[in-house]
Design a protein. Structure first.
Length: 171
C-alpha cells in the first residue's frame, strides 16, 4: 500500500500530528475531506522518547552505559533491568539480590560531562531552565543523564526517557 499510494498514506497520517506542529499547520488543507471526526491530539510534539515498563516496584536508580546504548535500572523489586536505550527493549533482568537495588552504574569512561538536571519542576541545562515538566514528571526518585538525554525513574516503577536536540530552546 505504501509503495502504491505514499501521498495518501502521509495525508491520512497527518491527522495524528500535534495540532500546533509546523507540519500540521503547513499541510492542514491536505487532510482528506472524507475523514469526518478527527482524533484528539496533543498540541505539540513531546520530548518523551519512550517509557520503560517492567519493574514491579519503585525504581531507585538508573544509569546510561558509557556508549549511551543501554540503560540500567535498579528497583525495590530486587532486580536490575538492562534496556536498549534506542528501542526500549528489555535486554536482561538481573535477579538474586536480597534487598532493594538502590544504585546502579556502568564503569566510567571519564570523558562524559552531563549538564542536564531536574530542579524545582524544571529540566535545566547549565543553570538555565529549558523545560517545565508536567506534574506527573516533576518528582523523579532518580535521574541519569547521557549527553542531551535524560532518564527519569519514579516510585510507580516507570522509567521515562526524554531527549533534547542540540541548540533547541524549548521554552
Amino acid at each position: 500500500m505504501a509503495e502504491q499510494a505514499p501521498l495518501q498514506l502521509y495525508c491520512s497520517g497527518l491527522i495524528f500530528a500535534p495540532g500546533e506542529s509546523v507540519i500540521r499547520r503547513q499541510f492542514e488543507e491536505c487532510i482528506p475531506a472524507w475523514i469526518q471526526s478527527l482524533p484528539t491530539v496533543q498540541a505539540n510534539w513531546s520530548t518523551l522518547l519512550q517509557t520503560l515498563e517492567g519493574h514491579s516496584d519503585a525504581v531507585n536508580s538508573v544509569a546510561f552505559s558509557p556508549d549511551g546504548r543501554q540503560v540500567a535500572s535498579g528497583s525495590d523489586d530486587e532486580t536490575v533491568r538492562l534496556w536498549d536505550a534506542a528501542t526500549g527493549a528489555p535486554l536482561q533482568t538481573l535477579e538474586g539480590h536480597s534487598d532493594s537495588v538502590t544504585s546502579v552504574a556502568f564503569s566510567l569512561d571519564g570523558q562524559t560531562v552531563n549538564t542536564l538536571l531536574v530542579s524545582k519542576g524544571w529540566i535545566a541545562e547549565s543553570g538555565t531552565n529549558i523545560l517545565w515538566l508536567p506534574i506527573d514528571y516533576r518528582s523523579p526518585s532518580c535521574i541519569a543523564a547521557w549527553g542531551r538525554t535524560l532518564a527519569l525513574c519514579y516510585a510507580s516503577g516507570r522509567v521515562s526517557i526524554l531527549g533534547f536536540k542540540e541548540g533547541v530552546k524549548l521554552i
